[in-house]
Design a protein around this ligand. Structure first.
Ligand SMILES: [Zn+2]
Length: 228
């Protein structure tokens, strides 16, 4: 076990995140974003260089707080009985290089992954996209699974965008957020607009929103929308 987990505050935060992730993983199922054991969520442990992530190859119905795995930010396992997700090194890379990120989600959700398979970013043709993503949902390169190359592709692609979601060519979707819940929301919204824009594209040419309208919508959404 990591020495950091001997700190009662870190141990308490880790326990809380284990429970949160168990619930959030079920929301990937209820939102139709995952099939079988594909997909995973992680969360950064506040106050420690640790993350909590889904175990590898375990079905969603069998996920419990106890089954989640704790790793350090190099991706090495420090607590948990099961092996961590095969995407752990990439989640860790994202946390090391994006200090504002507290949660990461990866799915192969159907419509978003169809755009990734076609090798196309999702153009910003909806107010909901301007709100949530501040522009297009970008396409990153293909990267092999298992090491941290996917994490590098995510960080480098998102650097030039406001979007919390990125499509990885021939693979699927990664989303980031201040919390794991924020990253799940981005994954849900990404799939929703991916489906809508796909349907729109089948009806004719798409007309991206003008940049000034995108900026105004994104600003309003970030500063005025919702309960304050
Ligand atoms: Zn994947």
């Amino acid at each position: 076990m990591s020495r950091a987990l001997a700190d009662p505050a870190v141990a308490a935060a880790t326990g809380e995140l284990r429970r949160t992730l168990a619930v959030l993983h079920q929301s990937l199922v209820t939102n139709g974003l995952v099939a079988w054991t594909s997909g995973n969520i992680s969360a950064r442990v506040p106050g420690a260089d640790l993350l909590v992530i889904k175990p590898s190859g375990v079905g969603y119905a069998d996920l419990t707080p106890e089954s989640m795995v704790v790793c350090d930010l190099s991706g090495a396992q420090v607590d948990g009985e099961l092996r961590p997700s095969s995407d752990t090194a990439s989640h860790a890379y994202i946390y090391r290089h994006m200090p504002h990120v507290g949660g990461v989600v990866h799915t192969h959700s159907r419509y978003a992954t169809a755009w990734a398979a076609a090798g196309e970013p999702i153009p910003c043709v909806l107010t909901a996209m301007a709100d949530e993503f501040g522009g297009e949902i970008p396409l990153g390169p293909f990267a092999p699974i298992g090491g941290d190359e996917i994490g590098r592709a995510v960080v480098e692609t998102l650097a030039g965008h406001r979007s919390p979601a990125v499509l990885l060519r021939s693979h699927g979707v990664f989303t980031i957020g201040g919390t794991a819940r924020d990253a799940v929301k981005a994954a849900v919204m990404c799939e929703d607009v991916a489906a809508t824009v796909h349907l729109a594209a089948s009806r004719g040419e798409l007309a991206p929103l003008p940049r000034d309208q995108v900026d105004a919508l994104h600003h309003r959404y970030k500063t005025e929308y919702g309960q304050r």
